[in-house]
Ligand binder design. Structure first.
Ligand code: F6R
Length: 360
């Protein structure tokens, strides 16, 4: 049933090229995005996105896309904070709830708070769930059943659907030229192939992970749209390997966390060569000057420019910059997976965790 895989998590990681291709084919044609029910973003002036855990990091990533590509302001919050804040919500707000299970108690309560105040959309994996049923529009992510407690394919499918939604918003609001829009859809269709190439880096990642399994603390760094992925990489690692890990925005390092760095602390830097690459590299050099051990996750250009003197380099395929958070989720997942294997922890059923959190 696990198709030759030792764990559900490894099966679900490997399924990503296929399920992402399904989600993309479902929502995008050659030159348009089709939703089960239209959301006309020209009448929306604010988006709030609410979720927990990994789904929350998908929302944080999507904020970069909505703001940059669609010029639409986005507020992101964790459901257990949002629901008690009594945030003002107006009729021109689109409230987006992201949940794999569709049953997370805090996310559902946040949705109910917004009901009748805003237009409600949900991005869910389980279409028959409470969150899907109580939304005006439910957008399935089409990841298929996810059994491993650590979310993997649901995360990348959430990101893909949110990316499509951001492109739709950009189109509706006249913020994107049709030619660029078509190009971005083509880029998205090429993504499953890039994910396959990233999966092929598995043996290098496994070797790095075995070395990481000796560490007591690990930091993840990213800047811009790679910052939420640093948070997700740290969450994934801590939940299944029980190694203490934290994600930081690269630029925040010097405001405190750099005090933690010595030669026993591995620092994983998520840095595709985009317009922020040089800034991230200079933060990385600050870590190296304090003998931190760097694992640089980058593309071939990045490896050539900044890979010298780092402890390890994991080379990803070169990708259109807006899709890097989806692609770099693969090494984040595989690092967590192989580190947990090296430590001998229960990858599919980590201690103290449940797949669906229906308590508050
Ligand atoms: C982490 C993980 C959790 C969930 C969170 C929300 O790997 O799986 O952080 O993402 O509990 O669950 P859903 O998406 O079902 O609302």
């Amino acid at each position: 049933e696990k198709g030759g895989h030792r764990h559900w998590m490894s099966k679900e990681i490997a399924e990503q090229p296929g399920v992402l291709a399904d989600a993309i084919a479902h929502y995008a044609s050659e030159d348009a995005i089709k939703l089960p029910q239209d959301i006309d973003f020209s009448g929306i002036d604010r988006v709030v996105m609410i979720a927990c855990g990994t789904a929350f990091y998908a929302c944080q990533t999507a904020k970069y896309w909505f703001e940059k590509i669609a010029r639409l302001p986005v507020e992101v919050d964790i459901a257990s904070e949002f629901r008690y804040r009594e945030p003002p919500i107006g009729p021109n707000t689109l409230a987006v709830f992201v949940s794999q299970s569709g049953e997370t108690a805090d996310t559902l309560a946040a949705l109910r708070y917004c009901a009748g105040k805003a237009r409600i959309a949900s991005v869910v994996n389980v279409s028959e769930s409470s969150i899907a049923r109580e939304s005006d529009i439910a957008l399935p992510i089409l990841a298929g059943t996810e059994i491993g407690v650590a979310s993997t394919k649901a995360f990348t499918c959430q990101l893909t659907v949110l990316h499509l939604l951001a492109l739709k918003a950009a189109r509706d609001r006249g913020q994107i030229e049709p030619a660029i829009f078509g190009e971005m859809l083509r880029d998205l269709r090429a993504l499953p192939g890039l994910i396959n190439q990233a999966l092929a880096v598995g043996p290098d990642i496994r070797e790095t992970a075995f070395a990481l399994s000796e560490a007591e603390d690990i930091l993840f760094l990213g800047r811009g749209q790679m910052y939420p992925l640093a948070l997700e990489g740290a969450l994934k690692l801590k939940e299944i390997s029980y190694i203490h890990a934290e994600g930081y925005a690269s630029g925040e390092l010097k405001h405190g966390p750099i005090a933690l760095i010595d030669d026993s602390v591995p620092v994983i830097v998520m840095a595709p060569t985009d317009e922020l690459f040089d800034k991230t590299v200079s933060n990385m050099q600050e870590v190296m000057a304090r003998h931190g051990r760097i694992v640089l996750v980058t593309d071939a250009d990045g490896a050539a420019t900044a890979g010298n003197d780092t402890w390890r380099v994991l080379t990803m395929p070169t990708a259109p910059s807006q899709l890097a958070p989806i692609l770099y989720a693969i090494p984040a997942q595989l690092l967590a997976y192989h580190t947990a294997i090296a430590k001998g922890t229960d990858v599919d059923q980590p201690r103290n965790l449940a797949k669906s959190v229906t308590v508050e």
